[in-house]
Design a protein around this ligand. Structure first.
Ligand SMILES: [Fe+2]
Length: 341
């Protein structure tokens, strides 16, 4: 049973899932009782004990447990503490960005932030707490990408350890930020709005929807339900309800499944009508998706075949407003399309 598909009510109270690795990283904040899943829809309540929390979490991890659960009010308090701590870490990084050790730690920390956003979305939907967390992450994506181009390493590192949606969304937002750096009209304000859109584009989808999206990605004739077809519009609407109304964010969310040949959805736009910012987001999504799909069958040691992904991008997205997006992708990854194809 996938617990993440279901709302958990225990003794009349709603409980929220927290990724176990996140809980271990922030164990000093966990001063509340929590639930441990012990079977299908069965849970055990564990009382907080400061000297026992870490050994207990490690034991759960060794047994293969992925998440524990906190009462919603406690979960919200934890989310707030983690966000404040995250911001402090990034502020201290920004004040000494030349420190290599510091940067390595920052990148490691960054790997665990995405599950926090996704768990928050699954637990709470799009609300003020999840939007604030996503905004913090988008700021940090930009901070990291200012002087780092380790995208390929990140893709390699994540492909076996994290759940697919985390990997995609994190890598896409990271790549979008790097690509925007190659555009002359870029600014930090634009980057923040677009990265936020990249993080939250699929926020209204259910976990079981993602394999269907993958089928549609591979075959544009694959039929999706109206609810899934409209998820770009629905996600933008939910964000507006939370007071996020930046045109750039709304546009990249609403257009993130459009395609240059008009085969996308829901508006069936084309290369000439899809906004340039959306084109960057779309190219980043397709590149990451292509790399992850191509590597899902590979063993961990085998290097990724980037050239095949480049050829796919070049052949699919080479017209209209996508030209600049392709050029930005090729620059980010050190490719010269004129020499490669
Ligand atoms: Fe989507």
């Amino acid at each position: 049973m996938d617990f993440l598909e279901n709302e958990v009510i225990y003794n009349g109270e709603k409980y929220c899932f927290m990724n176990l690795e996140v809980a271990i990283s922030y164990n000093h904040f966990l001063e509340y009782p929590f639930l441990v899943p012990v079977g299908e829809e069965n849970f055990v309540l564990i009382e907080y004990a400061p000297d026992k929390i870490m050994p207990a979490l490690k034991t759960y991890q060794e047994k293969g447990l992925k998440s524990i659960l906190f009462k919603e009010e406690h979960y919200l308090a934890l989310l707030m503490k983690i966000r404040v701590k995250m911001q402090q870490e990034f502020q201290s990084y920004k004040s000494s960005p030349a420190d290599k050790k510091n940067k390595k730690k920052l990148l490691q920390d960054f790997e665990k932030y995405h599950p926090i956003v996704f768990d928050a979305l699954v637990n709470l939907g799009i609300n003020a707490a999840t939007v604030n967390m996503a905004k913090s992450i988008s700021e940090q994506v930009i901070t990291i990408t200012q002087d780092n181009n380790g995208l390929v390493n990140m893709l390699s590192s994540f492909r076996t350890r994290c759940q697919a949606e985390y990997v995609k969304s994190m890598c896409v937002s990271y790549l979008v930020s790097l690509m925007l750096d190659k555009c002359p009209w870029n600014s930090r304000a634009i980057q923040e709005k677009v990265v936020l859109g990249a993080l939250l584009s699929d926020a209204t989808l259910k976990r079981q929807d993602f394999p269907l999206l993958d089928c549609r990605h591979s075959d544009s004739r694959f039929v999706l339900s109206e609810r899934i077809l409209q998820h770009p519009v629905e996600a933008a609407k939910k964000l507006r309800e939370q007071g996020i109304d930046a045109v750039e964010t709304m546009t990249v969310i609403e257009e993130h499944h459009e395609m240059p040949d008009g085969s996308g959805y829901p508006k069936k736009l084309t290369a000439r009508t899809i906004a340039p910012l959306s084109a960057i987001h779309i190219v980043a999504r397709h590149f990451v998706q292509h790399i992850l799909s191509a590597n899902s069958a590979n063993d961990e040691e085998r290097p990724m075949d980037l050239d095949k992904a480049f050829i796919y991008i070049y052949n699919t997205f080479c017209e209209g407003n996508f030209k600049q997006a392709c050029s930005a992708l090729f620059q980010v990854l050190g490719k010269d399309p004129a020499r490669s194809f």
